[in-house]
Design a protein around this ligand. Structure first.
Ligand code: AP5
Length: 219
């Protein structure tokens, strides 16, 4: 099963991807995570992406298309039963490229899940977000705190970090980019009957249940 998770910044794409990995063994392909890794390693892609990401602007299509192609090729055959495309595609050119990349590899898309959200609430979600510096587990100042204060639930690390683009001004630019360039690709998938919608404003566990119901029983 290959799924695109679509929604503005903070809609819960990464959070729900973690659930789909745990529940169904799918493999997450997050272009945001790939680009952050490229920045950390100071690769040519990272050097090109850094300023754009910090400003909340999209990275050029050819850069992310190549990242996705490389990850599809690196994944073991039949990887985990399918892929979750998280934060990709974000433009019509990326959507067309993904179709070609999948077709070349004998794969197809099964669902495009749009997380429906209220943009104002997302500013609060994003500015409160932090993650474990060791294992990457995601948290929120109010909605998802570690069970033991100051210790990661997964690896017990006491080190946490925040993303440099998680400030209000950059979030608003990212949302404007989503409205202008990403939301317009929905009709491309609607025409093929692939789009499913989930209320992304419900609590995290309810969104998970709605996704499970929509995708059918695991396995
Ligand atoms: P990317 O990393 O993809 O960021 P984004 O799309 O802005 O999405 P986020 O990761 O901010 O949000 P999310 O929907 O995953 O929410 P999360 O689950 O974390 O992209 C970053 C940048 O990289 C872009 O701006 C661009 O520059 C570049 N880029 C990436 N891909 C690109 C591409 N394809 N083309 C061009 N450029 C690209 O949740 C947020 C918070 O809310 C968390 O704290 C979570 O705990 C909490 N939360 C989640 N769900 C709920 C809920 N239901 N109720 C309450 N709290 C919740």
């Amino acid at each position: 099963m290959n799924i695109i998770l679509l929604g503005p910044p903070g809609a819960g794409k990464g959070t729900q991807a973690q659930h789909l990995i745990a529940a169904r063994g799918l493999v997450q392909l997050s272009t945001g995570d790939m680009l952050r890794e490229a920045i950390r390693s100071a690769s040519p892609v990272g050097l090109r992406a850094k300023a754009l990401m910090e400003a909340g602007a999209l990275v050029p299509d050819e850069v992310v298309n190549e990242l996705i192609a490389a990850r599809l090729d690196a994944a073991p055959a039949g990887a985990g039963g399918g892929f979750i495309f998280d934060g990709y595609p974000r433009t019509e050119a990326q959507a067309v490229s993904l179709d070609a990349l999948l077709a070349e590899r004998g794969m197809k898309l099964d669902h495009v899940v749009e997380l429906l959200v209220d943009e104002e609430a997302l500013v609060d979600r994003i500015t409160g977000r932090f993650s474990c510096a060791m294992c990457g587990e995601g948290y929120h100042d109010r909605y998802k705190l570690p069970k033991v204060a100051g210790r990661c639930d997964v690896c017990a690390s006491a080190e946490f970090k925040r993303r440099p683009d998680d400030n209000e001004a950059t979030v608003r630019t990212r949302m404007a980019e989503y409205r202008a360039k990403t939301a317009p690709i929905l009709p491309y998938y609607e025409a093929r009957g692939l789009v499913r919608r989930v209320d992304g404003m419900a609590p995290i566990a309810e969104v998970q249940r709605a996704l499970d119901a929509l995708l059918g029983e695991a396995g």
